[in-house]
Design a protein around this ligand. Structure first.
Ligand code: UDP
Length: 321
């Protein structure tokens, strides 16, 4: 996002507490006079001086192992963090865009998912820290628009991947690529028949920038409708890496959505946006990025082994109790 805005001549203040982000991802920008990095937890403060034309609120852990490790922080950044970002936009007269998520649809009973579907979320399940925080963030954004007249827009982001993710991120694309490159088994949760639709990062960023430049309130789904089962993704990663790793089956996390595919008609109509990068091409680019960083990928080995990432509940303890 920062690269894209700087490239078109905007000045950017990037605020991040680096709880899941990495300074190295923006290292090439730090010499640009138009770029400022502020290390801050936006759930506590959003210290931005000077005039602001636009606020994009992307802050939140997004990988399930990360939000399980930081449950209260995830709730805080979706609630208080969203309010602080909205306040900044409102007092600056700026356009505000919220990065919401396909997780607001929960384990969807309607397939594929269009924006008018209200979702099927377990409010007390292990994923609710993320899902409900984002649902609250949407409600707060709608309230600022409705009651205060703030110029807001909501995008619902479906599974996104690409270069600059951490090999130990824990989401399926990076896990499979790192496992394949390390010659380790690919950890498939459940029987691998659950589906996702994977969008390449450059396509997503183009969609968010289009939302920023529009007056559209949304919500607007942003995702690539090429739907695949997790087993099909594993096979594709093995083909692209040339690895002969076996597939290893592990328990399905509690409330793991069984299927997910965006309807993107609204994005096409109001933003003129469609994804351009096929899953094969995007995965090939991501594999190249990881191949160029063998030490980082090797270092992720222990974290990815056995499909048990730190903080991820292997069973739903509340339900078990
Ligand atoms: N998944 C998997 N193996 C992994 C990580 C994830 O089979 O090592 C599955 C996970 O259970 C889910 C899908 O892949 O069905 C996508 O998971 P991810 O964490 O990437 O995203 P999300 O669940 O938030 O869509």
């Amino acid at each position: 996002m920062c690269d894209s805005l700087i490239a078109r001549g905007d000045s950017v203040v990037c605020a991040d507490n680096l709880s899941t982000g990495r300074r190295s991802n923006i290292a090439h920008l730090t010499t640009a006079p138009e770029f400022t990095f502020v290390r801050a937890d936006v759930a506590a403060e959003l210290p931005v001086a000077g005039p602001v034309d636009a606020v994009v609120h992307l802050a939140s852990p997004a990988s399930p192992p990360d939000y399980h490790r930081m449950p209260l922080e995830t709730l805080a950044v979706g609630s208080r963090g969203t309010e602080l970002a909205l306040e900044l936009a409102h007092r600056s007269g700026a356009r505000f865009v919220l990065a919401s998520t396909s997780e607001v649809y929960g384990d969807p009973l309607v397939h594929p998912q269009h924006e008018d579907y209200w979702g099927n979320v377990n409010p007390v399940g292990p994923r609710s820290i993320y899902d409900e925080a984002k649902r609250y963030a949407e409600a707060a954004t709608a309230a600022y628009r409705r009651h205060l007249g703030t110029d807001t827009g909501v995008v619902r982001i479906f599974n996104t991947y690409g270069p600059r993710m951490r090999p130990h991120d824990g989401r399926v694309v990076t896990s499979f690529i790192a496992q394949a490159l390390n010659g380790d088994p690919l950890t498939v949760y459940g029987d691998g028949s659950q589906t996702r639709s994977f969008c390449y990062v450059d396509d997503l960023v183009r969609g968010i920038v289009a939302m920023l430049d529009s007056a559209e309130p949304g919500p607007v789904n942003l995702g690539n409708p090429q739907e695949r089962t997790v087993l099909e993704l594993a096979a594709l990663v093995l083909r692209l890496t040339g690895a002969d790793s076996p597939v290893e089956f592990h328990p399905l996390p509690v409330d793991d959505p069984t299927r997910r595919r965006p309807v993107i008609t609204r994005a096409q109509q109001v933003l003129g946006w469609s994804p351009l990068v096929s899953t094969e091409e995007g995965l090939a680019r991501t594999v190249r990025y990881f191949r160029d960083r063998p030490d980082e990928v090797a270092a992720a080995r222990a974290a990815l082994a056995g499909g048990q990432l730190d903080g991820e509940p292997a069973v739903d303890r509340a339900a078990a109790a």
